[in-house]
Design a protein around this ligand. Structure first.
Ligand code: HSE
Length: 309
């Protein structure tokens, strides 16, 4: 009797200030786990979900289930008897890529249980389809880093032209999650579909400079580049005290600070873990002084992505 397997898929920070829908990096933790085992009866079922109050057990409505089922169909195993136990370790609607981590864990779990019929990277399209049922749009900026790890550029979402970027030694992330719920769907709906030419020029310069700063491990350039003039000005109003939190992080010496994915989490990048920790404490204090409960995560850039554990 096969004992089953367990997989872990990490949280991620999407957009990284200058790359809306096209940049993301993976964190060491938190992350979601799935335990998968074979069962006699045909078909995929989700037996339990812990830590994810209100999330659907129905395979076709669950990001992990949907992604896994599309993958099973692709490899001609649509009826395979498999049972999932999903352990959610991060809240939905937090800006930490929660639905992406579940979708990634779903495809990883099936792939590992079936002795890896596909390379990890080839699982990407199924995981992106899984996340799509949560927010209605097809973008891989959370799914890709959660799956393959590292800091990732998606040159083109429809064709999933995905590339790992150089991560300078020492680069460290801070993420503060204030316990407010913002659904990605809603946070996307408020965005204008028009961009002023002057903002496009500024943002393109920052995006290109951020890439170059990563490539050359040039922290000063990374610091000048991490400014979002397009998305952050529209979304900052959804997060109370955003300006104070950002200012607190920058005062501690963080290279940049902006909204993590669709929010409400706020991330900072720093040149070392000490600055990241000081920035995190200062960012957290802004919320706790106002009686808003928060969670603080400190992490290097997770280079592994999803793993069997
Ligand atoms: N790029 C996405 C957004 C990430 O900002 O809406 C969240 O899914």
């Amino acid at each position: 009797m096969h004992p089953g397997i367990k997989v872990f898929a990490p949280a991620s920070v999407a957009n990284i200030a200058v790359g809306y829908d096209i940049l993301g990096f993976a964190l060491d933790k938190p992350g979601d786990e799935i335990l998968a085992k074979f069962k006699d009866r045909k078909g995929l079922v989700i037996k339990t979900i812990t830590g994810g109050k209100g999330l659907p057990l129905e395979v076709e409505k669950n990001t992990a289930g949907f992604a896994a089922q599309r993958f099973l169909e692709h490899i001609g195993e649509a009826d395979r008897g498999i049972e999932f136990e999903i352990r959610k370790k991060m809240p939905f609607g937090s800006g930490l890529g929660s639905s992406a981590a579940s979708a990634v864990a779903g495809v990883m779990a099936v792939n590992e249980l079936l002795d890896c019929p596909l390379e990890k990277r080839d699982l990407l399209p199924f995981a992106v389809q899984g996340e799509q049922i949560a927010d209605g749009s097809y973008h891989a900026d959370n799914v890709a880093p959660s799956l393959i790890g590292g800091m990732v550029l998606i040159r083109d979402n429809p064709s999933l032209d995905v590339h790992r970027l150089n991560v300078p030694k020492g680069l460290y992330a801070t993420v503060v999650y204030p316990k407010i719920k913002i659904l990605t769907r809603d946070s996307r709906a408020i965005l204008s579909d028009q961009v002023l030419l002057k903002d496009h020029i500024k943002q393109s310069g920052n995006l290109a400079a951020f890439m170059l700063g990563l490539f050359n491990s040039d922290f000063a350039l990374i610091g000048r580049a991490l400014q979002d003039v397009i998305i952050e000005p529209q979304r900052r109003k959804l997060i109370p005290y955003f300006d104070e939190v950002q200012e607190a992080a920058l005062k501690c010496g963080a290279l940049g600070c902006s909204i993590s994915g669709a929010g409400p989490s706020i991330f900072a990048l720093s040149a070392n873990s000490l600055i990241a920790e000081e920035a995190g404490n200062a960012m957290k204090k802004v919320f706790t002084d106002r009686k808003i409960r928060t969670k603080l995560f400190l992490s290097g850039i997770n280079q592994e992505g999803a793993i069997k554990c």
